[in-house]
Design a protein around this ligand. Sequence first.
Ligand code: AMP
Length: 443
Amino acid sequence: MTKLGLFSLQHRGQESAGIVAVEDGAARAVRSMGLVSDMPLAPLDALHGSMAIGHTRYSTTGSSVIENAQPVLVSSRGGSIALAHNGNITNAGEMRVDLEDLGSIFASSMDSEVIVHRLARSAANTPERRLADALSGVEGAYSIVMVLGDTLLSARDPRGWRPLVMGRLNGAPVFASETCALDIVGATYERDIEPGEIIAVDALGERSIFPFEKKDLKRCVFEHVYFARPDSRIFGGSVDRARRALGRRLAQECPATNADLVFSVPDSSNSAAIGFAEESGLPYELALIRNHYVGRTFIQPTQATRDAKVRLKYNAVREVLHGKRVVMVDDSIVRGTTTRGLVALVRGAGATEVHMRVSSAPVTGPCYYGIDTPSRDELIAANNNLEEIRASLGVDSLGYLSLDGMLESVPTGPEGFCHACFSGDYPTPPPTDPDKLRFGCGC
Ligand code: AMP
């Protein structure tokens, strides 16, 4: 069941996957590098228990090695502690130094591990209060599911950066980052975990506490733009509806009046491109075909491999594009690698004009809260004006959605969102090691 849920959350991380199951108080883990489908079958079949947590990881802090695969699992005097964390803790560096001064020895280079050490040190008398102790003073983004002894815990940071939902299956609670993971196991969506809430589930029942000072809501708008799946509901709204509205607003703000057709850069911009096509009255076509069997372009280590990967990942449909003036819709431009590669493909397939439309505002800064964005000097929109970007991408026209247009398109918007990577309005001080919060243990 946990593995099924992870299949639905594969888009949130492809570097490693893991499951921890608890049977009669004994917790056991299976973790491996790569996709959920790469997890070793025999050890997984041998995992049983009355509760389990799982994780798919893409690294925004710490490097991509098995030591950093989650869930983290350690033993402590209060029983096993297992943790699956989504988000980035921005003051993990300082916390780690403090813990090391007190004698803690770390097994990974992940920001998440500080939570486990702080939890092990708490003397509070309930599992939820121990987690509250561990999380007090922790800055940044965390949506967490945990096991502490015989208690299942979930928690969301007070600003609510990352999504976390609660569902129910046969009377038992199920927690997941997105509702698509509830659907696959047949659980019914019940509610979102509230920002600043900790929920404990064990033989004594279900308990909810709000131990932290209230903070302004800062849900990640990029979840709606790119990260979450369109069949999910996050932050109380549909991702599909958000993306269609983004596309419609984009067509209002940046119309492409003389174009013949609209197509998306599959899959993340499909819904936005449909919205654009609907609003502009242009036909929506499938002009790019994505190969689903090659990995992500974005995290390839060098520019040369990134460029080659774009061609591996996409091909153009000549019959759709030949002789046509086309609108290409993507959800975001980060370095510009994808767009540049696709423009060459699309022109090579005979398109006579390429009008690029982007269903988000220009990305001008890195994210410190759990989305993998490169440093500022690699971001095309941080270093160039619109005309320079257009020329560098080789498109006939270029239009980005405005910041206001983006926020106003989100079903529950425009208030209560973090848009730091677009606006530079960072809700917390940047981490002390902003490049990747990597620690010096060689992991
Ligand atoms: P780039 O090629 O660097 O301009 O990246 C933009 C492309 O990557 C777009 O097609 C986006 O859908 C996708 N993208 C944007 N942000 C991310 C991210 N954090 N991780 C992976 N892909 C991303």
